[in-house]
Design a protein around this ligand. Structure first.
Ligand code: SF4
Length: 418
């Protein structure tokens, strides 16, 4: 089922960023207030945002972190975290719900709505009052939603969508013919997203669900493309696109499209955040207004190799098979599959008699997507330390939970198991 995007509203008041920057160039913007986000890092590179912001007399950034945008601004107002204040949100199907604060703001921050209210003349804005007034005016039952956690019936209506096969065909037929030119594909990173979480050591050390790479990003290549280019894991390549050059190590991934270099954003940061600073490779360099996600890239080998903190092959299974996978009929055939594949382990402890009720936690691995949320939740709950890239390379990561990713079948179109 498809609905209108919960993130972008077609009729929302907005001005395209290139138009705003043209006004900056013409000296029409004296004061610019940036509410959240990190546009100096994430805006298309051809907008030269960092340089052009220098033409604004007063630039104030309202944000949570001392990031690249904070560094280019004249003033910084701390923004509250979602857990520190009142707010509202939409689920992916459009259902509206309310956010309630769990703690007082730690750094005396303000919400984006409070800042907007100040700008429209409200001398003492308060996030709770603004929110209840807003829903009161709309007659949407603020108190009722507070009790129930959501606004009933606020989901967006389903809409019909059609695939534009003509466009897909024209893209495929116009694809590059020159074998020295590949396509790049920019994606959000699985743990640090667009870079907003790159200063979080837990998320840096959390193995990527697909590559199992920690502490950085890489240029992802398919098995066939890596073989054609004679590249191995960790080989440093020089990528050139949009007039920019990026050096990054290669990671080979089953299932990656041939002749496509996969690059995650969120790394190669240059703000004041200590852990994020200079870590990994800045794929935003290749994003332009006309090619924000895909484009052509030239790849050159450099002959250098970089050790990578990939956890997939770490630790041993003491003779146990690493992952059991079989058909349902084979699973049902007695004796039990696990018994047939079990190996006996030596133990220092005497075997305890199995009496009465015994409790266990079981996870249905056929449903596991490998998202790794349980790994980082366990790390937070049990205060497990991070060890850093070099110690991960040496196999010393301390996660209590470990999610491996196994591939079977055709390497170009594999089945994946976590
Ligand atoms: S067990 Fe659940 S939380 Fe953990 S990786 Fe699998 S899907 Fe994610």
């Amino acid at each position: 089922m498809f609905t209108e995007s919960a993130l972008f509203q077609r009729d929302a008041l907005s001005q395209p960023l290139p138009d705003l920057m043209d006004e900056v160039d013409e000296g029409e913007v004296e004061t610019l207030i940036i509410l959240d986000g990190n546009p100096v890092l994430t805006a298309p590179v051809d907008l030269r945002l960092s340089e052009r912001l220098g033409r604004v007399a007063h630039c104030v950034y309202v944000g949570m972190y001392e990031n690249e945008t904070a560094a280019r601004s004249h003033g910084f107002v701390p923004l509250t975290h979602e857990l520190e204040t009142w707010g509202d949100a939409r689920a992916f199907d459009g259902t509206r719900s309310l956010i309630q604060p769990l703690i007082q703001p730690l750094h005396g921050g303000h919400t984006a709505t409070e800042m907007a209210a100040v700008l429209s003349g409200d001398r003492l804005p308060d996030a709770h009052r603004l929110l209840s007034e807003h829903y009161g005016i709309l007659g949407d039952g603020f108190e009722q939603a507070l009790k129930e956690g959501l606004f009933r019936g606020s989901a967006s209506p389903p809409i019909e969508v059609k695939v534009n096969f003509g466009m897909v065909e024209s893209l495929v037929t116009s694809a590059r013919k020159d074998p020295s030119v590949l396509e790049f594909d920019i994606r959000l990173h699985n743990t640090v997203y667009d870079g907003r979480f790159t200063n979080n050591a837990w998320l840096l050390e959390l193995p990527d669900p697909i590559t199992k790479l920690t502490w950085e990003n890489a240029a992802l290549l398919s098995i066939r493309t890596a073989a054609r280019l004679q590249l191995e894991r960790g080989a440093i390549v020089e990528l050139e696109a949009a007039g920019q050059v990026l050096r990054a190590p290669v990671v080979i991934v089953p299932g990656q499209a041939d002749e496509v270099v996969g690059l995650s954003v969120g790394f190669g940061r240059s703000g004041a955040e200590a852990l994020a600073h200079g870590r990994g490779y800045n794929a935003y360099l290749f994003r332009t207004t006309t090619q924000p996600w895909f484009g052509s890239v030239k790849l050159k080998k450099t002959g250098s190799l970089e050790p990578l903190g990939i956890t997939q092959e770490h630790t041993v299974m003491l003779g146990h098979p690493i992952a059991l996978s079989t058909t349902l009929s084979e699973y049902r055939r007695p004796p039990r599959l696990a018994e047939r594949m079990e190996s006996s382990l030596p133990s220092l402890m005497p075997q305890l008699p199995r009496q009465g009720e015994q409790w266990a936690m079981s996870i249905d691995l056929s449903l596991c997507t490998g998202c790794s949320a349980c790994v980082v939740a366990c790390q937070a709950e049990n205060n497990v330390p991070v060890v850093g890239k070099q110690n991960v390379i040496e196999g010393r990561e301390m996660h209590w939970l470990r999610i491996d990713t196994y591939y079977s079948g055709d390497p170009e179109l594999p089945e994946v198991m976590h």
